[in-house]
Design a protein around this ligand. Structure first.
Ligand SMILES: Nc1nc2c([nH]c(=O)n2[C@H]2C[C@H](O)[C@@H](COP(=O)(O)OP(=O)(O)OP(=O)(O)O)O2)c(=O)[nH]1
Length: 134
């Protein structure tokens, strides 16, 4: 069944001055308009950390240092089963610049709940709020 397709995805929880970068998916495609942590699919032969650095370079034109894992959760969408693993990241070079996303916002941990997150991201959002109380 197509719905059983497994997709391994990494997401970056980029923290700068206590705020977290939140990215809004574009208006077309899967999960259109929903908020996510920038990142994408792990390619064959890549570690999750390598995939994340590559995706952030491609999507936001900046370089991150990948730190500790935040969460790893599995969510079944109609297009497949996404395993989303998120990592705390810090900017080391460049300034995040929009290319694929519709918008970015920098929010304090307590403000993250205001956004319409992709369903797979909810456990990560809750973990961040527990790790970084405002
Ligand atoms: N990058 C990212 N993707 C997420 C998050 N949460 C979540 O459910 N996803 C889903 C959306 C996509 O189905 C998949 C990530 O793949 P991608 O970023 O390459 O997405 P895409 O839509 O460009 O992929 P595609 O249409 O080319 O297949 O994981 C998240 O926080 N970050």
């Amino acid at each position: 069944m197509g719905s059983e397709k497994r997709i391994d995805v990494v997401g970056a929880v980029i923290i700068d001055q206590g705020l977290i970068l939140c990215a809004q998916r574009g208006p077309s495609g899967s999960l259109a308009g929903m908020w996510e942590f920038p990142g994408g699919k792990i390619e064959p032969g890549e570690t999750p950390q390598e995939a994340l650095q590559r995706e952030i370079d491609e999507e936001l034109d900046c370089t991150v240092l990948v730190g500790q894992q935040v969460e790893s959760t599995r969510h079944q969408y109609d297009f497949g089963i996404v395993t989303l693993t998120t990592f705390y990241c810090h900017l080391v070079a460049g300034t995040p610049t929009l290319s694929e996303h519709a918008a970015v916002r920098w929010l304090a941990p307590a403000e993250l709940s205001e956004l319409a997150w992709a369903p797979a991201d909810i456990p990560a959002v809750e973990k961040i709020q527990a790790d970084l109380p405002s």
